[in-house]
Design a protein around this ligand. Structure first.
Ligand code: THU
Length: 154
């Protein structure tokens, strides 16, 4: 019998410990969350991506009365980056969520978004650093691969 163990390292830092660039990214994610269109769930998600060329792309969840037609913030942002800068890797992704007017702690992207983050990272050939923003702590994961072990590939 063979056993495979999968480990994920998550760095937990306080807002005060964020670098000025990471703080800017987090602020942009929170502000994108405020612009989300989420009348059905009331769960407003915002994302800010830093590309390797220094450009910042934002996205937020876009819901629809035909529920499955809506899209998560992560995919809105990553697909926008893919459309506008097809050859520029994503270096960092900051994700924030607001519910009932409060920035939520311990957020975590859904499986479909992890799959898209994974492929975007592979496509760019640069590890995508993930900042899961909370109102006190930020969880930092150094690669999209770490968020989706055993990801699907063709
Ligand atoms: N949502 C995101 O934007 N990102 C995720 O990773 C999970 C969920 C959105 C989808 C929907 O608009 C709302 O949050 C509630 O599920």
């Amino acid at each position: 019998m063979k056993e495979i163990k999968i480990e994920t390292k998550i760095e937990v830092i306080s807002i005060e410990e964020l670098s000025p660039l990471d703080a800017e990214l987090m602020n942009k994610a929170v502000s994108a969350a405020k612009d989300a269109y989420a009348p059905y769930s009331g769960f407003h998600v915002g994302v800010a991506l830093m590309l390797t060329n220094g450009k910042i792309i934002v996205g937020n969840n876009q819901e629809n009365a035909a529920y499955p037609s809506g899209l998560c913030a992560e995919r809105v942002a990553l697909f926008t980056a893919g459309a506008q800068y097809p050859n520029i890797p994503v270096r960092d992704i900051a994700i924030a969520a607001i519910k009932d007017g409060e920035v939520r702690s311990h957020i975590s992207p859904c499986g479909a978004c992890r799959q898209v983050m994974f492929e975007s990272e592979n496509r760019g050939k640069v590890p995508m650093r993930i900042l899961l923003c909370g109102n006190e702590e930020i969880q930092v994961i150094s690669s999209a691969r770490d968020l989706l072990p055993l990801a699907f590939t063709l």
